[in-house]
Write a protein that binds this ligand. Sequence first.
Ligand SMILES: Cc1cc2nc3c(=O)[nH]c(=O)nc-3n(C[C@H](O)[C@H](O)[C@H](O)COP(=O)(O)OP(=O)(O)OC[C@H]3O[C@@H](n4cnc5c(N)ncnc54)[C@H](O)[C@@H]3O)c2cc1C
Length: 487
Amino acid sequence: MVTVSSFVLIATALWYSVVSAAETQNCSSVAAIAAQTCQQLESSLGSTIVQTQSSGSEYAIGANFAWSTFSDEVNFQPSCIVFPNTTQHVQTAMKAIFENKADYAVQAGGHSGMIGWNTVQNGVLISFMNMNSTSYDSESDTITLLPGIHWGDATSALQQYGVAPVGGRIATVGTGLLLGGGISYLSPAEGYAADNYVSLDVVLVNGTLVTATADNEYADLFKALKGGGNRFGIYPNSSSEALLAALAHFIHDTADPNAGTFLATTFRTTWENSTQDIELDVILVYNGTEASFNTSFAEFLSIPYTSSALQALSYLDLLNAVTFPDGLGTLFGASALTGVPASTLADEYLETYRLYNNFSTAFASSTDIAFTLLDFSPVPKSQIQAGYEKGTNPIVPPLGTGGYFEILFQVTYAEGITEPSPDVEQGRQLWISTAPSTPGLPFFLNEADANQQILATYGGYEFLKQVYAKYDPTRFNVQHTQGPLGL
Ligand SMILES: Cc1cc2nc3c(=O)[nH]c(=O)nc-3n(C[C@H](O)[C@H](O)[C@H](O)COP(=O)(O)OP(=O)(O)OC[C@H]3O[C@@H](n4cnc5c(N)ncnc54)[C@H](O)[C@@H]3O)c2cc1C
């Protein structure tokens, strides 16, 4: 159980850029442009804020912070890293990047599974490592987050005020979560994390600073940033089948938003000494009494289990309850499934698991893989409604289908593996291309493969395209930084 008194998000001073991919120039000219931009930035901002491999003590930390690089030393060495302390530093950096047509990337918590989205070769990396504070204004009941803070640190700092941000479920994840919408333990009651924005300070692609709110002239941008991504400013046995059915029924039938703060069900396969260890972990979170917990999760609790750790936790303790090893090469794949009524068979859930299990069995003797996950993140109807009530977002999940699950298939490589292996990659892509999904449901940008067309699954895709055309008319970001496909 979690006890949180009141919580409101959130974010001012979240810098956001309108972004994207870059392949129009050859490598040497791209490198030369980046070097020139770095030189220019070093002269205007100084060598503490702008660091190169040879000049800065924080460079190595910044360059090695991204999860998805596999071999940081070999694959991604940014030409320089800008460590802004103020919004103005961000504006200066973005203006120079834009004017020089340099490639760039932005990094907050570093947890993206998309190679090249949060670091860059032959380009400028903007790292928010040093803009990492949070504050709470009791009068307006709003939390201000600087973009470099991690959810555990923010929650820890705010605990004294009896409030918590609607943020990630793992303490080390960063604010980039908001740009994909963001799923929190509090989401069933409060909507996607991004549905709780109050105002956003946004540095546009050309360096201009704007403040976007739900009802000012940047309302379109405000909405686009609630899931549009960075281009705008877990063996089959009877328990697994019973668990999959409980999931499908839960998301179809649950109507209690407090109860709803349930979450992440994980089929986790770990490899040690080439031996597979298969776990089915279910985390059930309820913001309320134990009696309500027992009622809401009755079907789950009826399934035989080998161990349980039911306890009342503070919100902060909850964030720290599940830990992941840092710094291992990780890749994601996404799908989405709506629920089915109780007593109905959950065929598509079983198929999703069967495909996952095929993958894990095929690589049973692999020493390349540390673990795989199949994870079901709930988006109950109450969460969708909260988003509509709070001004809507570009994800626009359909209200008619009830709740649904965002499904994550994650492969995390073993320590020392410096690039994805072709056969594992082939198996991963097979899951992505064949996993069933319910037509009309949006996929989750934060937990997808970089080559999946996530934005096109959104109800607000056309809206996002219009906003992108408006704020980046030269399509600079599509050419110069990596991000979601489409637009
Ligand atoms: C262990 C683990 C647990 C996770 N748990 C959750 C969860 O509970 N809920 C959930 O919703 N997701 C979760 N995710 C997915 C996570 O939200 C995404 O990977 C998210 O993109 C990470 O944000 P970040 O700031 O840590 O990472 P980063 O890699 O630094 O940033 C992610 C993306 O956002 C861009 N970006 C970041 N900040 C800015 C900015 N200020 N302006 C412009 N662009 C920016 C980056 O360029 C990058 O493309 C989890 C991932 C992992 C690995």
